[in-house]
Design a protein around this ligand. Structure first.
Ligand SMILES: Cc1cc2nc3c(=O)[nH]c(=O)nc-3n(C[C@H](O)[C@H](O)[C@H](O)COP(=O)(O)OP(=O)(O)OC[C@H]3O[C@@H](n4cnc5c(N)ncnc54)[C@H](O)[C@@H]3O)c2cc1C
Length: 489
């Protein structure tokens, strides 16, 4: 039985582990934390429960496939709740609610400006075709430049417009800023701005609008908890609170891992789920690395980070499940953020899941999650000095918009800064959405799922192909799983 060691029990590591254990591999996962999930783990403050990171699941098919390949049925293991509306978008002078039914969205866009509904329908139609053409690119590995000449890649080429940004592509349908922002803010899921993100990423809003968004009862962290439970039930070994200190490499082959407890575990194959740039700089002796030495990694481009506020609120809040309150000047805000500067004109995401999920807060109370995209640690390092100012700004925005002062209602509170992401979660520069997703760091130019520098190291998670976000992370696990199966032969 081939031995596999997985470093990290985040979504990528757990998905790979579950599929491999079912195929008869001898799988051991080492996780530094005392619970699974990584950036998407469960946080509990008193009687309130929160997702640390991901709050919505889109394009569920990929996770369904992971469960199916492991011999399980996703819908039997977890309770998925389809959201309607998907989210509310709050602009200084307009509010837009995106719903499951595209006709509602046509009306909502037309209410903003007559004719926008038609632009929306045309856009949806084009994205449908585009997604059909590029889907397989995301499902297969990209080990070298020659894969650009694959049949599926050539077929997708006319839809890809590689040198056009999401923003530019949308403005061909309408110049209305609300139209553009409503269908491009999703670039921030990649930690980028719409004017930087390659136009291929308009598939993100398309997948939301066409396939819907899901909440998981108990929080998205339940996906990890369930995968971990199933992994153990199939005979997998999950070692919590066991950080890996070093990966031992000989002749470009991983031989063993050494834990911080001092144990050395031999392995045939290794899968790294820990943040790619952190892992390369902290777990490997640089003498074994060529393309991804610490010096070269410093020069790469990274996503933005997030400043987080988790609040236990002594009142049932009537806020939507997902809401984005946009800054007064959103274009200027994006430029300031991408230039690595702080701004007072914030754009915030507010998540109020306890309204539809009673497991997350005591009756009559709310678990509120607020995410603010901010520069990563490369640009701003003194986050602790700004916490009170950030909290005031965020609570003021909520007060202005919802007419409620949350401060006296706070029972539990936790702030998480880019510094915390870096130090506590082992995320390079606190860039929570990993290496940026520009063309220069995508496909064969992103670290490969079968890592190009070692014979038996595989990568899963947001730092490898196809990229950050749960569906792509699960896809990375599927790709790594297939590659390992081939490696066996
Ligand atoms: C605030 C936020 C919101 C997000 N929202 C969404 C969303 O709504 N929808 C969506 O699809 N995506 C979202 N994402 C993006 C992405 O889905 C998550 O970040 C996801 O958890 C990343 O998974 P991963 O497997 O790449 O890495 P991680 O979750 O970081 O997992 C890596 C694991 O490795 C462990 N580890 C690190 N070092 C070691 C070591 N030395 N030894 C052992 N273990 C180690 C870590 O503890 C962790 O458990 C969000 C991300 C963030 C940060």
């Amino acid at each position: 039985m081939k031995k596999v060691v997985i470093i990290g029990a985040g979504p990528g590591g757990l998905a790979a582990g579950l599929m491999l254990i079912k195929q008869g591999y001898d799988v051991t996962i080492f996780e530094k934390d005392d619970r699974v999930g990584g950036r998407s783990k469960k946080i509990t403050l008193g009687d309130y429960h929160f997702d640390m990171g991901p709050t919505f699941l889109m394009y569920v098919d990929v996770l369904r496939t992971v469960f199916k390949r492991s011999g399980f049925d996703l819908d039997q293991e977890l309770s998925l709740i389809k959201l309607d509306p998907l989210y509310r978008l709050v602009y200084p002078k307009h509010t837009l609610e995106i719903r499951q039914d595209p006709h509602d969205n046509v009306n909502a866009f037309d209410d903003l400006h007559p004719g926008l509904g038609d632009a929306y329908l045309k856009w949806m139609d084009d994205q449908h075709q585009k997604f059909g053409a590029i889907k397989s690119i995301l499902e297969k590995p990209f080990p070298n430049i020659f894969h650009l000449f694959r049949k599926d890649v050539l077929k997708a080429a006319p839809y890809a417009h590689p040198f056009q940004s999401v923003y530019k592509m949308l403005s061909a349908y309408s110049k209305d800023p609300h139209f553009i922002h409503s269908l491009s803010f999703q670039a921030k899921y990649l930690g980028m701005a719409s004017y930087q993100a390659p136009s291929i990423f308009t598939i993100l809003p398309f997948l939301e609008h066409a396939g819907g968004l899901y909440h998981v009862k108990g929080g998205l962290n339940q996906i990890n908890e369930t995968m971990a439970k199933l992994f153990i039930s199939c005979g997998g070994r999950l070692n919590l609170s066991t950080p890996v200190k070093e990966v031992v490499v000989e002749h470009q082959t991983v031989k063993s891992v050494i834990t911080e407890k001092g144990d050395e575990i031999d392995t045939d194959l290794c899968i790294m789920n820990a943040d790619f740039a952190y892992g390369m700089t902290s777990l490997f002796n640089p003498k074994h690395l060529k393309k991804y030495t610490p010096e070269k990694l410093q020069k790469k481009k990274y996503s933005v980070s997030t400043w987080m506020l988790y609040l236990g609120i002594h009142q049932m809040l009537d806020f939507p499940h997902h809401e984005i309150i946009f800054s007064k000047d959103y274009d200027a805000y994006l430029h300031t953020l991408m230039d690595g500067k702080k701004t007072d004109d914030l754009s915030i995401y507010v998540h109020n899941p306890s309204r539809i999920d009673e497991t997350l807060a005591p009756q009559g109370k709310s678990s509120l999650y607020i995410l603010v995209p901010v520069p990563n640690m490369h640009h701003v390092t003194d986050w602790d000095a700004h916490n009170m100012q950030m909290k005031d700004m965020v609570l003021n925005m909520i007060k202005e918009h919802h007419g409620i002062d949350l401060e006296p209602l706070i029972e539990e509170e936790m702030i998480y800064t880019p510094h915390d992401w870096q130090e506590k979660e082992h995320i390079y520069r606190g860039a929570v959405f990993n290496l940026a997703h520009g063309l220069d760091q995508m496909l064969f130019l992103r670290p490969h799922n079968r890592f190009e520098e070692f014979k038996n190291l595989y990568l899963v998670g947001g730092g490898t192909h196809p990229g950050s976000g749960l569906p792509t992370i699960y896809q990375s696990a599927l790709i790594a799983f297939d590659l390992i199966q081939k490696h066996k032969k």
